[in-house]
Design a protein around this ligand. Structure first.
Ligand SMILES: NC(=O)c1ccc[n+]([C@@H]2O[C@H](COP(=O)([O-])OP(=O)(O)OC[C@H]3O[C@@H](n4cnc5c(N)ncnc54)[C@H](OP(=O)(O)O)[C@@H]3O)[C@@H](O)[C@H]2O)c1
Length: 167
């Protein structure tokens, strides 16, 4: 892709090109919503590409534990951390766990999300609105606010290019 050929935020590319697999090697990674779907697949990809550790966050314990076990089978350390990403105290604890257990955080995929039942607007309730915005918007804000200070301890550019979200 053009953006990779140009580099990120003006940083020169490594000699010999840029291999995306190299970006995970030895990194401490976090995936929210890692118990299923895209988040689970991303966590396994991180583990398979040499991540040192993968933290899996989500509300359903069995699902995040299963993803953590699958990451361990691929050779990474992995930890399931039961977290509701719409709750700030739980997000704070999640990031503190990454720091306390693995010494920091290098890669964050803020993937947890909620897809409302398709219905005409006049058929949607305020509760649906709240769940959509709490899960898809507020949670990303909360995650970024607690992740960035930890990631910025490395450098601004490396932090900004390793934060992802799915909307
Ligand atoms: N699949 C698509 O075609 C598509 C297209 C565009 C965007 N997306 C977005 O991509 C992301 C993943 O999609 P997916 O298809 O993989 O969906 P999915 O399998 O339903 O995954 C969503 C994950 O988010 C977690 N989650 C939801 N609310 C949470 C909360 N409050 N706290 C913590 N975790 C929470 C769920 O786990 P728990 O319920 O256990 O917490 C679940 O593991 C979502 O943000 C979705 O909106 C998907």
């Amino acid at each position: 892709m053009a953006i990779l050929e140009l580099g990120v935020m003006g940083e020169p590319l490594p000699a010999g090109g840029f291999s995306s697999a190299d970006r995970m090697r030895g990194k401490v990674c976090l995936v929210t919503g890692g118990g299923s779907g895209i988040g689970r697949a991303a966590a396994l990809k991180m583990a398979g590409e040499g991540a040192a550790a993968v933290l899996i966050a989500g509300r359903r314990e069995a699902e995040i534990e299963a993803t953590a076990a699958a990451c361990q089978a691929l050779g990474a350390q992995a930890l399931a951390v039961r977290t509701d990403v719409a709750e700030e105290d739980q997000v704070e604890r999640l990031i503190a766990t990454a720091v306390g257990r693995y010494g920091g955080l290098d890669v964050a995929f803020n993937n947890a999300g909620f897809q409302e039942r398709r219905a005409p607007l006049e058929g949607q309730s305020n509760a649906v609105y709240d769940e959509v915005f709490d899960t898809n918007v507020r949670s990303v804000f909360l995650c970024l606010r607690h992740q960035l200070p930890v990631m910025l301890a490395n450098s601004w550019t490396s932090a900004m290019r390793r934060v992802g979200m799915c909307v």
